[in-house]
Design a binder for this molecule. Structure first.
Ligand SMILES: [Fe+2]
Length: 178
């Protein structure tokens, strides 16, 4: 097989599970790791989307938004390692390469045509809104599977991510009353 062909055929998800002493049934660990791996892919994607906004925003509010978008990127970046390591704590493989993230992320592609501050704010808030929903859904799903500590861990991630969403949305035009 040609080297190039072998590279493109690499799996985007490794489903191998290791045995350990964590007091959960094996099938629960497998399912919880599946949910977490999907969020790991989304977190890696979300981080680079925030960095894209940080690097590429233009206009009068450049510097302020440059900092705001970097703050968002930092919060998301801090979530990646604990998600990956919670997967390995339960016996799973953390599917966290950029290629795996690109294949498995549930975050829509960033609006790369964005130039101005408001355009990037909307683009990033849209993506972050989906990420926050993903984290909430993950927490609910993991709770239903019977792994309360991991569900609680995801709840904390929701609070952190939604705080960033609030920072972004607060810049957008006021008056969006329910
Ligand atoms: Fe920077």
């Amino acid at each position: 097989m040609a080297k190039e062909e072998k590279k493109t055929m690499q799996p985007t998800t490794v489903k191998r599970m290791y045995k350990n002493r964590v007091d959960l049934p094996d099938d629960v660990k497998t399912k919880v790791c599946e949910v977490m791996n999907s969020k790991l892919a989304s977190a890696l994607d979300m981080h680079t989307q925030a960095k894209f906004a940080h690097w590429n925003v233009k206009g009068m509010n450049f510097y302020q938004l440059h900092l705001v978008f970097d703050a968002t990127a930092k919060v998301i970046f801090k979530q990646i390692d604990p998600i990956a390591e919670r997967i390995t704590q339960l016996g799973g493989v953390a599917n966290g390469t950029v290629r795996m993230s690109a294949a498995n992320s549930k975050i829509p592609a960033y609006s790369v045509e964005s130039i101005s501050g408001p355009q990037h704010l909307v683009a990033l808030a849209d993506a972050l809104g989906v990420y926050c929903k993903e984290l909430r859904d993950a927490s609910d799903k993991i709770d239903d599977l019977g792994d309360e500590p991991t569900a609680d861990f995801f709840k904390q991630l929701v609070v952190e991510a939604e705080e960033e969403l609030y920072f972004l949305e607060s810049h957008l035009e006021a008056g969006d009353v329910q």
